[in-house]
Design a protein around this ligand. Structure first.
Ligand code: PBG
Length: 337
């Protein structure tokens, strides 16, 4: 019998959501999503030289590592069970030029990292980004002529670079420059070079975002960039356009899709997963990481709690995994639990 002294409705008052939340064991029984180490992809910054562990100011806890140090770190990540790493190179300024020609050096920093990892670490995948921005003197992802980022010329170069990255041992090529037609072109290029088993994780929906700020400090592209990337990245205002862009990538042969940034774009994650059913990943980008770190360092939020909550939210939004700078911290925490 309902208690007439309370305002809870007599009929609906029988439907009590709190029954399933009443104890730790009921909460575990009804838990719909979980973060596991298999969900983690670790983006890692590489610098030339040896024995270098260089902190990135805007990303406390994240370092630029020389290849030798990076290989040690990747070994640790593999031992923790992290399935893949995604290297981003901080290229020497004197090797950057207007066309990003350094990306065509088979022995460039990203390829040296990949072959070193493949030589000495087993059981971890290398997901190799193939945009030109670390290699250009203007910080754009493509070839710049007369103020315009050239689509088809950039794609030609990206295809060649992708083949070199696969030659170096990259397991998955991950084009992030948002040129049109790149996925199909890369697929044909890889196949022609005998790399049928190398996959493509497309940055299917990459938004023109302010959340990339700290990353640009990490690889020193921020100071170089003139203007913005609005002529090739998707506007944060446009969800349906992002879906059309992803649809083209699926048609052209992407094996996996990525949404970037992550948390402010969970609607896109959900829509992409629902629409295509492909393995779908979110990139929790540098600005998302730094926001959490900064607030935690002020004592305003509980870092570990918020870190785990954000990752769980990606899972709830349909993601199969997350690229996150927290990957190693999370893997360690999960190993302890
Ligand atoms: C560009 C690229 C970006 C990031 C990785 N590759 C964006 C940009 O600089 O425009 C951002 C990653 C991050 O913020 O963590 N190809």
């Amino acid at each position: 019998m309902s208690d007439k002294t309370h305002l809870v409705d007599e009929i609906t008052g029988h439907r009590r959501m709190r029954r399933n939340r009443k104890a730790d064991w009921t909460r575990r029984m009804v838990q719909e999503n979980r973060v596991t180490v298999d969900d983690l992809i670790w983006p890692i910054f590489i610098v030339p030289g040896e024995n270098i562990v260089d902190p990135i100011k805007a990303m406390p806890g994240v370092y630029r590592l020389s290849v030798d140090k990076a290989v040690e770190a990747v070994k640790e990540a593999a031992d923790l069970g992290i399935p893949a790493v995604a290297p981003f190179p901080d290229i020497e300024m004197n090797l950057r030029d207007a066309t990003g020609s350094g990306i065509l050096d088979p022995n460039n920093l990203i390829n040296r990292f990949t072959s070193a990892v493949k030589k000495s670490v087993s059981n971890i995948g290398v997901i190799s980004d193939v945009a030109l921005d670390p290699f250009t003197s203007h910080g754009h992802d493509g070839i710049l002529r007369d103020g315009v980022i050239l689509n088809d010329e950039t794609v030609d170069q990206v295809v060649k670079a992708a083949v070199l990255q696969a030659d170096a041992g990259a397991d998955i090529i991950s084009p992030s420059e948002m040129m049109d037609g790149r996925i199909g072109a890369i697929r044909r290029g890889l196949d022609a070079a005998g790399h049928q088993d190398v996959g493509i994780m497309s940055y299917a929906a990459k938004f023109s975002s302010g959340f990339y700020g700290p990353y640009r400090e990490a690889i020193n592209t921020g100071g170089l960039l003139k203007g913005d990337k609005n002529t090739y990245y998707v506007s944060p205002a446009n969800g349906t356009e992002a879906l059309r862009d992803a649809a083209l990538d699926v048609e052209e042969g992407a094996d996996m899709l990525m949404v970037k940034p992550g948390l402010p774009y969970l609607d896109i994650c959900w829509r992409v997963k629902e629409a295509f059913g492909l393995p779908t990943y979110a990139y929790q980008v540098s600005g998302e990481y730094s926001q959490i770190k900064a607030a935690a360092m002020q004592g305003w939020i509980d870092e570990e709690r918020v870190m785990m909550e954000t990752l769980l939210c990606f899972k709830r939004a349909g993601c199969d995994g997350i690229l996150t700078y927290f990957a190693v911290d999370v893997a360690k925490k999960l190993a302890k639990a």
